[in-house]
Ligand binder design. Structure first.
Ligand code: URA
Length: 199
């Protein structure tokens, strides 16, 4: 197991474990606050992420930042964000099970360094890998489960919300629940937010 972020990042950036290495511009390691107690997990880099080397920097990432801002959270201060696979799948297809299996140890090592109290899965793919293989995102989003002493919740993927805006208010509710849970655990100070329209 890795003792330092520097060693982990150095090795991860050189990864050759699966064929996704062939199509990548670069490995997308992760961003955010390495001392935060909340870990967000997405599926895998898209085009912008592959170009810029950071998770969730395209359109869906901008929407994610809006949802976070609605409940007074920022990625820089309150959380760390990583993906199940660190290299972009061709044409943004879902990462294959064998690609996820090849990559998951990087995320495990990141998780071991962060020691999160809360894990939030962004979308179906992350929820099925991290929470339960038969996870049903439409029914179970916003519900907290405890696994190995960590609270885990999934919300709809921001890209799915951009495709289906009718689902946005439900996702905002998930972020309100996350904020409440963080307050309950003393990770952020209690605060009330104005009832603004769902972004
Ligand atoms: N979608 C993801 O799941 N992860 C990213 O980093 C970007 C888009």
């Amino acid at each position: 197991m890795y003792q330092t972020w520097e060693e982990l990042e150095r090795d991860c950036l050189l990864c050759e474990k699966c064929p996704l290495r062939e199509g990548r511009t670069q490995v997308v390691f992760g961003v955010g606050n390495r001392n935060a107690k909340v870990l967000f997990i997405g599926e895998g880099p898209g085009e912008q992420e592959d170009l810029q080397g950071k998770p969730f920097v395209g359109r869906s990432g901008q929407y994610l930042d809006k949802l976070l801002a609605s409940v007074g959270l920022t990625r820089e201060k309150d959380l760390y964000i990583g993906n199940i696979v660190k290299c972009r799948p061709p044409h943004n297809r879902d990462p294959l099970p064998e690609e996820q299996d090849a990559c998951i140890d990087w995320l495990r090592a990141q998780t071991a360094l962060i020691k999160p109290k809360i894990i939030v899965c962004l979308g179906r793919i992350a929820a099925m890998k991290i929470i339960r293989p038969d996870f049903k995102i439409t029914k179970e989003h916003g519900v907290f489960y405890e696994k190995n002493g960590v609270l885990m919740m999934a919300t709809l993927h921001p890209a799915a919300l951009l495709r289906n805006p009718a689902a946005k208010p439900g996702a905002l509710e998930d972020f309100v629940r996350l904020r409440e849970k963080m307050e309950e655990l003393g990770l952020v100070a209690p605060e009330t937010f104005p009832d603004e329209p769902c972004p």
